[in-house]
Design a protein around this ligand. Structure first.
Ligand code: ADP
Length: 215
């Protein structure tokens, strides 16, 4: 822990726990010849910063991990299913005009285009729609399929993928949203992807803020 300046007593506690952990707060207080209540703020700081870990009925032990490592562990531990939002979808025959309206109503930047049974067919983004609007085409009669990015060129994620991997995909592929999908087999025996959620840069930013707040 380079970033946190320990008081003399806190440093003593860390040394003691390193040497004799797991050790209870009573034992620490006894050895330092102070009351348990006096130690409480020190122990709180040391556990919150991740230097010490506390287990009920076991006591304090040295974790030795920097808070950066702990945050990294948390991000890798979290799964897409813990963070995902509901997907906003339109059918393939939806007009670009109606898709724009849906974007405003649902307050999202990306729509997933689905066929029967919620099967993923495409993704249409703000810029895809702007492109259509800039042309001379009649966007009330132009279906989203004309402008969308199609399967199999869609970057997806799954419920059990780590949030870290999903965020990496957003960055690497320079997209704002990933459909959360699960594989299904249709009646023709073909492997398809059913849309069951979405992960966006907003989800990731919210998580970042939560981690920043230490929740
Ligand atoms: P915008 O274009 O509104 O900035 P994006 O950066 O997400 O939004 O989209 C850029 C392009 O990538 C668009 O053409 C869009 O159709 C496509 N796209 C968006 N999301 C995905 C995805 N998950 N997989 C593949 N292509 C995508």
């Amino acid at each position: 822990m380079k970033s946190i300046q320990l008081t003399e007593r806190q440093a003593k506690i860390v040394e003691m726990v390193k040497r004799s952990g797991p050790i209870t707060s009573e034992q620490i207080a006894e050895r330092l010849k102070v009351r348990r209540a006096t130690l409480r703020p020190d122990l709180a700081i040391l556990t919150m910063s991740g230097i010490l870990d506390a287990r009920p009925r076991v006591g304090y032990f040295y974790s030795g991990k920097s808070s950066r490592t702990l945050v990294a562990e948390e991000i890798r531990r979290l799964r897409v299913k813990d963070l995902k939002s509901v997907p906003i979808v339109v059918r393939e025959n939806t007009s670009i005009y109606d898709a724009v309206v849906t974007m405003f109503i649902e307050n999202v930047g990306t729509l997933f285009v689905v066929g029967e049974g919620g099967i993923l067919e495409g993704v249409i983004s703000r810029k895809d729609m702007l492109k259509a609007a800039l042309g001379q085409s009649d966007i009330k009669h132009m279906p989203v399929t004309v402008m969308m990015t199609r399967m199999p060129n869609i970057i997806t994620t799954g419920l059990d993928e780590s949030v870290y991997m999903a965020a990496k995909k957003l960055i690497e592929h320079e997209v704002d949203a990933l459909p959360v999908v699960r594989p299904v087999t249709n009646e023709k025996g073909e492997e398809k992807l059913e849309v069951i959620g979405r992960i966006t840069k907003t989800n990731i930013t919210k998580l970042f803020v939560e981690l920043g707040e230490g929740d």
